[in-house]
Design a protein around this ligand. Sequence first.
Ligand code: NOJ
Length: 721
Amino acid sequence: MDQDTTGRIGALIARMTLQEKLGQLTMLADGLVETGPPGPHNPFNMVADGRVGSLLNVWGADLIREAQRRAVEESRLGVPLFFGLDVVHGHRSIHPVPLGEACAFDRALWEETARASAQEAAHDGVHMTFAPMIDVARDIRWGRIVECAGEDPYVNAQYARARVRGYQAPDETGRMRLAACAKHFCAYGAVLAGREYAEVDVSQRALEEVYLPPFRAAVDAGVAAIMPAFVDVAGVAMTAHRRLLREVLRAQWRFNGLIVTDYNSIAELVNHGVAADMAEAAALALNAGVDIDMMSDAYANGLPVALERGLVSMEDIDGAVRRVLALKQSLGLFDDPYRGMGPAGTPKQPPSAEGRRLSREAARRSIVLTQNRESMLPLGAVRTLAVVGPLADACEDQLGAWASAGAGEDSTTIIAGLRATWPSAEVRHALGAVYEGEDADLLAQAVEAARGADAVVLCVGESRAMNGEANTRTRPYVPQGQLALARAMLDSGAPVILVLCSGRPLILPDWLVEGARAVLIAWHAGTETGSALGDILSGACNPSARLAVTWPRVLGQVPIFFGIRPTGRPHDPANGWSTGFGDAPFAPRWSFGEGQGYARFARSNLRVDNARLGPESLVRVSVDVTNLGDRQACETVFVFSHDPVARVTRPLLELRDFTKVSLEPGETRTATFVLRAWDFAYPDETLKLRLDTGLIQLHVGASARACDLDRVDVEIVEGTP
Ligand code: NOJ
């Protein structure tokens, strides 16, 4: 962030009253979208008095220009506001939900879509996005799993870096276009039983190995802000977590950006039972290093009392104000409070052609094909297609949770996309079922539509309101009414292409997966869901996405993820005294990394250029990949490691890198990864990072399944003493 070279910030703070300082630390929500309990205020009317320093949940040149005008022209000191919004996967043009886009395993795409969202949002007056969300999540009951990049810390760290770069990429003036706010620091994904806002109790090891690395990556990439999570971690509320916020984030990682609370979080410290009143809550947060109070009025009302009681110092208040003003300065708001914004009176902008192109491309690369029996796909000549299910014509729902300013009217729905793909075919449509509940008439219409069709495209799953914040589900299944539709479609005799649209992995009955000829996991793929699906079904696009999250077979397997540790009695179906379940298989329905295209690949010649490594060594790992199919195709290659003998148990697989290899028919290319020996260091029994001498296994291949991996070993010949 900019240093205060002009002394402007210091001079401003010196002129501020306490109320004006607290105003800078107060962020209030306007009502264009509701992302938490509405407050009692009309924030626009508080701007001129300097009682608010930033707003959220408002966008568009008209509103933002007016609020900013009040700040710079009517408030005593003329300090500009900044405006925040959850620009999570697009702004006007909506890209796939993050869990979907994670499946593209493509850092350049993650960066490009973030940059494009930033452009659209900045044009609408937004300065900060509350993204990326990088909470590693392994429990499909938790609705917010949709917002992250899946189950793996390395993937979330790579995603964090790409998103921060994309959002914060410079505009024409050389300043970051949008400030990113990485959230939710930390371990929110580990809430008990997936229960929203619930307690988190994970070990320090889990924090260091799983939950903190994505945030470290965001900080290293220069993220402008961090949002502490709503939750407590082992009893310490994150909004008041001095050790993690001050010692780890600020001191160890040298983060000097803004810490912005989550919505109403400071006031909720009273509900957590760690503060008796608003003054204590405010003091806890400020003393932990929190700068901005989003929506709880705790700083405005509580800090004056806390000052009187001697619980906080003016120095700490000034420090927080300085960081807020430094962000405004970095964004260039003192020089041009209306920077980057369209003129007032601009009518609402639909997605541009470029916005649509990118949404379609991102969706094509995020939709995962997990099953394709008898090469059902791509579809050849199509005469009659029945497209049924509540997601077939769901212009709003396909946008997914946190769709920002995305409008359903701009969507290309699945039915529209398939009609455009096959203009001369008869593409019939029937709703078939509502999301939840039974409807015999709708079902009968779908049966009629399927009669004599070449294929049925069965679009089932979740509405967007069924996942996201505050949408924990105890039954993350395809609901009964939709299953009845599925059963009827399988009984129709037409081959069924199952298209699952959701924000989380869903538990599916075996009969559905076994009965469907092809299965596509489309997530909520955004504005251009329908065109992208048409491209994939017709073969114009060869699907290349791979699962960034394990799909359980039954709910009792949850939490389920590939990075488990070895047990003393490893799973062995032939041994009743081994790890597993008495009533369910051990393996998931689909593993991390699974996904197919319309080609097969062969891997060969796995090798390393250096098998004996010291602590500073690099090792180059290479493998040849051949496209055995007859069309251009893209394979994803993962490199995992395993340390078979260490002082503490090490996960069976730890992801170290991934890449995509694009291949013409018959072509062979080499995928190469450069790993550092130091990457194999781990926190020992005292949590000190150590590198042991001895063997490290490298597992390279197409997914986390053993059958998809080849192995090569390296030896650490010199470690830490
Ligand atoms: C609450 C959510 O937890 C957070 O992710 C979001 O950024 C804020 N509301 C603001 O909308």
